[in-house]
Design a protein around this ligand. Structure first.
Ligand code: ADP
Ligand code: MG
Length: 246
């Protein structure tokens, strides 16, 4: 709770300072968030993991996908990130039919998303600031505004004090917050997270989810897959439960 209030002060500050184009605050199509539609999606590995799943995630929505271990939560995320393809059915992400995206276009597609997994790696030999700047430079090339964008992002998320730390100097919760910040450096309209609090204690989990909320409020579509019902029970968000056999 405390974190959120602090962050709102940052938002107010940023808004009054008129820093245009600050990631989630910017007035582009991104500001509305993206949408995703699954139509009768079936995924078969050795067994049927997803069975004619239809789901629409609207712009600016925050959706939790829950379900027991093995129910297909990660599979759903991997379908959306195109790490794997549906056996049957159609997936539309912001109007793009994933079936029509060619293999060589997948990296570009993926870069349009914000992606957070459990235990994602940061570059150990770079500071928090450098980790974030690196992502932006990979995507947009060297630009004069990189430092400012990284600073704005850290400030927006209430993480400015961590900017000079190396990953090994961060707690698990802090690491995941930086992983989230990094996932936002490409100005995605959609944020996909698979068990983002999977390895954190309840306190740290709540703080990380508070940041997801903050990001969502700036009109980004967020989909979080989690088996953590304490997190998924947060008020005001739709929850879809996958019914697996396990
Ligand atoms: P969850 O994230 O809900 O725990 P997953 O999507 O990881 O579930 O897995 C759903 C089911 O699909 C499990 O039975 C798992 O063993 C199976 N599965 C996942 N990925 C693969 C794969 N690459 N090859 C074969 N089976 C897989
Ligand atoms: Mg999983």
């Amino acid at each position: 709770m405390k974190t959120i209030e602090l962050d709102f002060q940052n938002v107010a500050y940023i808004a009054s300072a008129g820093l245009r184009g600050l990631m989630i605050g910017q007035k582009t199509a991104n500001a509305k968030g993206g949408q995703m539609t699954l139509k009768d999606v079936t995924k078969v590995y050795n067994t049927v993991v997803l069975d004619r799943l239809s789901l629409h995630v609207d712009r600016g929505e925050f959706l939790f996908v829950t379900g027991k271990s093995g129910s297909g939560k990660s599979t759903l995320i991997r379908l959306l990130t195109m790490e794997t393809a549906a056996t049957e059915g159609q997936i539309l992400v912001d109007g793009r039919d994933l079936l029509k995206i060619k293999k060589r276009e997948i990296p570009v597609y993926r870069r349009s998303l914000g992606i957070v997994f459990q235990d994602m790696k940061l570059l150990e030999d770079r500071t928090v600031f450098e980790n974030l700047a690196f992502v932006r430079e990979v995507i947009y090339g060297r630009r004069r505004d990189t430092s400012q964008r990284v600073a704005s992002m850290l400030s927006f998320l209430g993480l400015s004090t961590l900017h000079k730390r190396y990953p090994q100097q961060l707690s698990g919760g802090e690491k995941q917050k930086i992983v989230l910040a990094r996932a936002l450096m490409n100005d995605p309209a959609i944020l996909l997270a698979d068990e983002p609090t999977g390895n954190l204690d309840p306190g740290a989990s709540a703080e990380v989810m508070d940041l997801f909320e903050l990001v969502h409020r700036r009109w980004m579509t967020v989909l979080v897959a989690t088996h953590d019902l304490a997190q998924a029970g947060r008020i005001g968000h739709r929850r879809v439960e996958l019914a697996g056999d396990v």
